[in-house]
Design a protein around this ligand. Structure first.
Ligand code: AHM
Ligand code: MG
Length: 338
């Protein structure tokens, strides 16, 4: 197969859209450069003083790690200067990130989780950046508004993630399929390694933090039991359990091997009745990727991409993966009145 890099791939895509002005391609190229910078730093973790906490607490009430902060800073700094955005939102920042006065702006908004799964950094486990790109809805003459960020996932024009692991890989969609690119460190380019990814129609793996069983309602307990009990499920044997605790890594495996990932609502923290994952920076982009690869994503009952956002850091239960397993789960929840 001739080697094609991500920039060439984006340009081919752009040529298929006659009216395209190349703004989205430019945005994605700037994002890709940020991923390369983050990847370089992640690969040095352990060698230099980049591990450990900064001592600060982020808006989610969690301790901020140095690499989280570094990744957030790189993305904000680079993307503010891209000239194609009118605002951004990050999982690490409480409110909307405006483009500084005097910098050129554009019609897109970018929402990201700069370093998902960062509690795993010290253990050399895969972590990643997740991104979602939308077009602004407000008039182009004024400043971007909160409503430009609070759009349903169906409005995303591009989404994906960059996973930093045994190799660095970018998986993304611009609305016509999902493609995976692996970073070749010897040339510093993301090369097309996984064209037109399709999630298997069904799988043999379920992925959930089962330590929280006692916080689940009966519906979720029945869901998980379906996967474990060969007399209940249609696999005829127990599904295998895999849970890394790094969403990008658990999702990436699910996309390639099939099966299901769940982060349901639970009773653990009354302030977070809808689970832990965020709609705008985590669930929506992965839902776009999975749907573009012929999979499904729901909150147990309804399609993630149609959930109406009301706040920036809104949390949502996430059930995502192969169509067969996601449908099974939806039917069990429906039976329980979800
Ligand atoms: P983070 O964005 O602060 O890294 O938190 C999100 C992470 C996900 O990567 C992962 O799926 C989840 O937290 C694991 O949570 P838990 O430890 O509750 O299972
Ligand atoms: Mg996260």
């Amino acid at each position: 197969m001739p080697e094609i890099n991500v920039t060439e791939h984006l340009l081919l895509n752009q040529k298929r859209t006659p009216m395209a002005r190349g703004r989205l391609t430019h945005l994605l190229n700037q994002l890709i450069l940020s991923f390369k910078i983050i990847s370089r730093e992640v690969s040095k973790a352990g060698l230099v003083d980049v591990l450990g906490f900064t001592g600060e607490i982020n808006v989610q009430g969690e301790e901020v790690k140095k690499l989280d902060e570094f990744s957030n800073d790189v993305l904000i700094h680079r993307m503010s200067r891209a000239g194609v955005l009118c605002a951004m939102a990050s999982e690490e920042n409480e409110s909307i990130i405006e483009i500084p006065k005097g910098f050129p702006t554009g019609d897109y908004v970018l929402i990201f989780d700069p370093l998902d799964g960062s509690s795993n950094i010290e253990a050399n486990i895969n972590i990643g950046t997740i991104f979602s790109i939308l077009r602004r809805k407000s008039s182009a003459d004024g400043d971007c508004e909160m409503s430009d960020l609070l759009q349903q996932g169906v409005e995303q024009v591009a989404a994906g993630y960059c996973i930093y692991g045994s190799s660095t890989m970018l998986v993304m969609t611009t609305g016509s399929g999902v493609h995976g690119f692996t970073l070749d460190p010897s040339v510093g380019e993301f090369l097309l390694s996984h064209p037109d990814l399709k999630i298997p129609e069904r799988g043999k793996i379920y992925s959930i933090n089962e330590g929280y069983t006692s916080y689940w309602d009966d519906a979720t307990k029945e869901v998980v039991n379906w996967f474990k009990d060969p007399s209940a499920n249609d696999l005829g044997k127990p599904y295998s359990s895999r849970y890394i605790g790094s969403l990008v890594a658990d999702f990436h495996r699910t996309l390639l091997y099939g099966g299901i990932f769940l982060y349901p609502s639970d009773r653990r923290d009354p302030k977070k009745p809808k689970g832990k994952l965020r709609l705008l920076s985590e669930a929506n982009p992965l839902a776009m990727v999975v749907e573009q690869s012929w999979g499904l994503a729901t909150d147990g009952a309804d399609r993630i991409l149609e959930v109406e956002p009301s706040e920036l850091h809104q949390r949502v239960p996430l059930v995502i993966g192969s169509p067969h397993e996601v449908e099974i789960v939806r039917n069990i929840y429906k039976k329980h009145g979800y």
